[in-house]
Design a protein around this ligand. Structure first.
Ligand SMILES: Cc1c2[nH]c(c1CCC(=O)O)Cc1[nH]c(c(CCC(=O)O)c1C)Cc1[nH]c(c(CCC(=O)O)c1C)Cc1[nH]c(c(C)c1CCC(=O)O)C2
Length: 346
């Protein structure tokens, strides 16, 4: 293992006096150089399927802020697209898919052609593994099955994920087959990323928090447990960061049941609770509010220090509690990055 990588050291709970950092959605529309690239690349999905562009936009934030980790530039919804579901990203509207809400529509999806469709993503990972700086860790990722299913069933984003939650109650057998397909597809997708050079995997479960407790176990914990089992059968040491956003007091159960190596903590989690109840279980990552990063000023600096002082003495990766938003001033990201880089554990 390359022990000159602070990020990997921290994930392995090895002591260090510095705190590694990166930001969810660190590549994207808040950067003028991203917008410039996007103009020539065509649509957002074209950017995801062009290794040349995807490598370039992955590297853009690193040049500005020297994060400890680079995350593959892609999207969680390339998986349903590779399974045969129609997907577009409409300007100002986000993702639009043809809903998969019946057994008949589910039967149209398959693993045939799956890896061919995703070949450009694998190529991007391969190129990144040699192009990122030596001390930077490469993160591969996928959406967790529950969150991906919420978009697949509803056909677009929604505040309450009602279509998927209803389907899980009303057509449980069909919904379970959809989740099983996603477990297989996601495991294979991540194994390929690992083979091409991804050193850490993050599983994004953005909508996990909306599930009642028994459903949380069934659709957020169990699928992630199975994916981790599958990928560790191939690479027994691969670190996996879980992000069950909104899990609240269910974080400890999520950690012990899924086998994640670390968790990403959303903005709502109280720092002292995390320090006392979660950090003893595994390294944590988080949890600055992306909207405070937009607001900037003294309140931002104060909160960054508060997070570092509370969590910095255990294994900790500085990050946001959710992704960077497009209106974020790049100079605020620069300021926070400087504070974290200069910080030393006491
Ligand atoms: C739910 C989800 C999606 N995608 C993702 C999630 C889980 C994390 C989260 O909750 O933010 C994850 C994601 N999406 C993107 C990345 C790339 C890596 C990174 O820099 O973090 C990652 C890790 C790029 C993206 N994914 C998207 C963009 C913006 C596309 C553009 O350039 O117009 C980027 C850079 C689009 C996207 N993709 C998705 C939505 C709902 C949208 C539209 C909303 C929006 O526009 O921000 C699905």
């Amino acid at each position: 293992m390359s022990n000159n990588k602070l990020f990997l050291q921290t994930l392995n709970s090895q002591p260090s006096d510095k705190v590694p950092f990166w930001y969810m959605r660190q590549a994207g529309r808040y950067l003028p150089e991203y917008m410039e690239r996007r103009k020539t690349a065509g649509s957002f999905l074209d950017l995801c399927y062009s290794p040349e562009f995807a490598v370039e936009v992955t590297l853009q934030p690193l040049r500005r802020y020297q994060m400890d980790a680079a995350i593959l530039f892609s999207d969680i919804l390339v998986v349903p697209q590779a399974l045969g579901q129609h997907l577009e990203f409409r300007q100002g509207e986000g993702p639009v898919l043809t809903p998969v809400d019946t057994a008949e529509k589910l039967a149209l999806l398959s693993m045939e052609g799956f890896h061919d469709h995703l070949a450009p993503v694998y190529e991007t990972v391969k190129r990144l593994s040699t192009e990122i700086p030596e001390t930077t860790t490469l993160i591969g990722f996928a959406g967790a099955p529950w969150t991906v299913a919420t978009y697949m069933v509803q056909g677009h984003g929604s505040p309450d994920q009602a279509a998927a939650r209803s389907m899980a109650f009303q057509q449980e057998d069909v919904f379970e087959r959809l989740i099983d397909l996603l477990i297989t597809a996601t495991s294979e997708y991540l194994i390929r990323q690992i083979h091409q050079g991804a050193e850490v995997i993050q599983l994004f479960d953005t909508w996990a928090g909306n599930l009642p407790d028994d459903q949380f176990r069934k659709w957020a914990i169990e699928p992630v447990r199975r994916i981790i089992e599958n990928i560790r059968a191939v690479d027994k040491d691969i670190p996996v960061i879980g992000f069950p956003r909104g899990a609240g007091c269910r974080y400890p159960e999520y950690i012990s049941e899924t086998g994640v190596s670390a968790v990403s903590i959303d903005t709502t989690m109280p720092l002292e609770y995390v320090r006392d109840n979660i950090q003893p279980l595994c390294p944590v990552q988080g949890n600055l509010d992306p909207l405070l990063l937009v607001a900037g000023g003294e309140a931002l600096e104060k909160r960054v220090i508060e997070i570092l002082d509370t969590l910095g003495n255990g294994p900790f990766i500085f990050n946001l509690g959710h992704g960077i938003v497009p209106q974020t001033p790049p100079e605020n990201v620069a300021r926070v990055s400087e504070i974290v880089k200069a910080y030393r554990k006491k």
